[in-house]
Write a protein that binds this ligand. Structure first.
Ligand code: KET
Length: 399
């Protein structure tokens, strides 16, 4: 302990450490509702047929594995723009979006954070209360001050939209506002289309810099529908950042497939931004992963693979919704005095159960049911074989 004795021990990550603890738990009937991973009805992480087919093509072609350019694969970057904005969107056709393939959307979020620190050194970042734990850590890690705006309303299980708007309207100019484009993590509470429209003038008048995080595209209403907020902001002529992930939508977590796009006023501005983003990437990890690019660009651009993918995402979303209904049904029957309607109204992989850390601990210790201590449940970990047991355990703990 001569050299490193002064280091603080790492407390561990609230989500990833819990997932590791789950793996080590010897109980055969344990249930993992912690990490944001989609499991199928048999409790497995699916390998989508479209991804398998894309990989088979890559294997057959057996191409050289040179470095990708700093900004990533050109076919993937172009496919990402079309996926997010629509192929005919004026922002795409005018070339005013700077897009980089990144190391997961986490890599994109961090590259964007480093860029902001360098070029907007006085801007703070404002995240929803609550948000994905790693948002704060990433932006603070980039040396940026992080504040929160009101979001989740514990009393109703819904959104504090008026308070949110008021808070954003009072931020210093050029503040960065982190927004979940759909399927809010951890609450499952989203803005409606009308609320996104109401948000636009506030963002514009305060000259705020929206930073969208789209990690669950397709898990809300559908792949196209879940890009509506992105398109709304782009069509309104706002300048904004968007980090998007394929981890969940293509079930390729470990491939680290994601992108960062910055919607600018003009092609010239987008070129400048792309250049400085490249400088940031070169100093960090130099260039992204070739295998991820091969999968994503093939699945998005080859019609048969794309159609299969859309079908798979639809099925994953519908299975989660069915689990929401089952959980709601069993819990409501067991605890008739309580309102579990939030399981039906919240969207995407997560629900915020309102359970206390002590209740979550009891669920884990006594019943082997793992939730994040904030009370976040990954509904995508439920299946027909474990939903009743989960509901029974929750009913017991809720008292
Ligand atoms: N944004 C959000 C909102 C998010 O929930 C995750 C992952 C990411 C970005 C990162 O995804 P990537 O694979 O880097 O593209 N969330 C789950 C896993 C994690 O914490 O890393 C989770 O919340 O459980």
């Amino acid at each position: 302990m001569k050299t490193f004795g002064h280091l603080d021990p790492y407390a561990g990550d609230p989500i990833l450490s819990l997932n590791e603890a789950f793996q080590k738990d010897p109980r055969g009937d344990k249930i993992n509702l912690s990490i944001g991973i989609y499991f199928d009805d048999a409790g497995r992480i699916p390998v989508l047929a479209c991804v398998r087919d894309a990989e088979a093509q890559m294997l057959a072609e057996s191409g050289p594995k040179s470095y990708l350019p700093i900004e990533g694969s050109a076919p993937m970057r172009s496919a990402v723009q079309q996926l997010l904005f629509g192929a005919d969107h004026e922002a795409v056709t005018r070339g005013r979006i700077a897009t980089l393939q990144t190391v997961g959307s986490s890599g994109g979020l961090k590259v964007g954070a480093d860029f902001l620190k360098r070029w907007f050194p006085d801007s703070g970042v404002w995240v929803s209360d609550p948000t994905w734990d790693n948002h704060r850590a990433m932006f603070e890690g980039a040396g940026i001050t992080v504040g929160t705006y009101p979001y989740y309303d514990a009393a109703t299980g819904g959104l504090k939209f008026d308070a949110m708007l008021q808070a954003l309207a009072a931020l210093p100019r050029r503040s960065v506002v982190l927004l979940h484009a759909c399927c809010h993590n951890p609450t499952g509470v989203d803005l409606t289309a009308a609320q996104w429209q109401q948000l636009v003038p506030v963002l514009r008048e305060r000259e705020l810099l929206p930073y969208l995080d789209l990690a669950y595209q397709g898990y809300g209403d559908g792949i196209e529908q879940d890009a509506q907020a992105v398109r709304e902001l782009a069509s309104a002529g706002l300048t904004f950042f968007i980090a998007n992930s394929f981890s969940k939508s293509m079930s390729v977590y470990g491939e680290r497939a994601g992108a960062l796009s910055v919607v600018c006023d003009s092609r010239e501005e987008a070129d400048l931004v792309l250049g400085q983003m490249k400088a940031t990437v070169r100093r960090n990890y130099s260039s992204p992963a070739i295998h991820a690019a091969g999968i994503v660009s093939r699945v998005l651009t080859e019609p048969a693979l794309r159609a299969a993918w859309v079908g798979d995402v639809d099925a994953m979303r519908e299975r989660i919704k069915a689990m929401r209904r089952s959980l709601h049904g069993v819990l409501s029957a067991k605890r008739p005095g309580r309102d579990f309607g939030y399981f039906l109204s919240q969207r995407g992989m997560f629900s915020y159960t309102g359970m206390t850390p002590q209740q979550v601990d009891r669920l884990r210790d006594e019943f082997g049911v793992y939730l994040v201590r904030s009370g976040r449940m990954c509904v995508a970990g439920l299946n027909t074989g474990n939903v009743e047991r989960t509901a029974a355990a929750m009913a017991e703990v809720l008292g």
